[in-house]
Design a protein around this ligand. Structure first.
Ligand code: SAM
Length: 275
């Protein structure tokens, strides 16, 4: 029997690969919705077909503007409207934020149905600390912007979680190896699908592996928290010496500062002494 839903906007998470990962509540809500707002009607059409549903679909993607939102919200004021993305949780590196904000401002009821999101699946699989994490979406495609973003996040005492694409993995690992030197990295690929894998280790080892085995499919990249500050001055010296083998004192100091949280100026002065 069809579920009677009250009018409003329903944010519905959908599978990120394995079609079994849809909740009973998500299915009931899609069945009861008057319309489904989606990024790509072909992709959502396949999910609906799998669920045996035929529904009115309204395109709502990255290019949606004020008029698209106004139209959807006028409908949601009168009837239940579901919002889905191509995969996973809407709004998480996917469209929907402006729509939810506008719905709340307009006094339209908003309900969010929890379900899969690649960031959380990767975090739970990676073996990296999960007590604190920072999800930072996609890293920028350009090298300087990517390195600036990593440097900005370097001191955050948490596991960092990024979405990445296969063609950019090599560049991203190279930047992480330099800007976030010494930290454990994980690559989680094709989550919930047949060729799911999760590899962890130093960025350079992962880069070497994926150069030999070019990755396919979808990727989440994770970086463990900054390593604990060295217990003694001798430990800091050892890290500085290792970096000075390939880098100038200023670079060595910057890398050790990022890895340990120790003061960069103090490390620079020490690097000059050690050089
Ligand atoms: N809203 C989605 C979510 O909640 O996970 C994310 C959408 S974002 C446009 C797409 C990115 O998510 C991909 O480029 C990849 O980085 C990541 N992703 C999605 N599905 C994945 C999967 N099955 N395995 C690994 N990464 C995935």
């Amino acid at each position: 029997m069809e579920q009677q839903l009250s009018p409003g906007l329903y944010i519905v998470a959908t599978p990120i690969g394995n079609l079994g990962d849809i909740t009973l509540r998500a299915i009931d809500t899609l069945r009861g919705a008057a319309a489904i707002a989606c990024e790509d009607t072909r992709i959502t059409g396949k999910l609906l077909h799998h669920l045996g549903l035929e529904k009115r679909m309204i395109r709502y993607d990255d290019h949606a503007g004020e008029n698209d939102r106004a139209r959807l919200l006028a409908l949601a004021a009168e009837a239940p409207v579901a919002l889905v993305s191509d995969a996973g949780t809407p709004l998480i590196s996917d469209p929907g934020f402006r729509l939810v904000r506008a719905a709340r401002e307009a006094g339209i009821a908003v309900t969010s149905l929890p379900g899969p999101s690649a960031a959380v699946v990767a975090l739970t699989l990676s073996g990296l600390p999960s007590d604190r994490f920072l999800f930072a979406g996609f890293l920028p495609a350009k090298d300087k912007a990517r390195r600036d973003t990593l440097a900005e996040l370097a001191a955050v005492p948490a596991t960092l979680v990024f979405y990445e694409t296969a063609p950019r993995l090599d560049d991203a690992l190279a930047a992480i190896g330099e800007v976030l030197a010494g930290r454990e990295v994980a690559v989680a690929r094709e989550l919930t699908k047949k060729f799911e894998e999760c590899r962890s280790g130093p960025a350079a080892d992962l880069a070497a592996h994926y150069r030999a085995h070019p990755p396919k499919g979808e990727i989440v990249l994770l970086v463990g928290p900054p390593v604990a500050a060295p217990a003694s001055a001798a430990d800091a010296d050892a890290l500085l010496r290792a970096e000075l083998a390939t880098a100038k004192p200023s670079q060595a100091a910057a890398r050790v500062a990022r890895a340990t949280g120790l003061d960069r100026k103090m490390l620079y002065a020490r690097a000059l002494e050690l050089k």
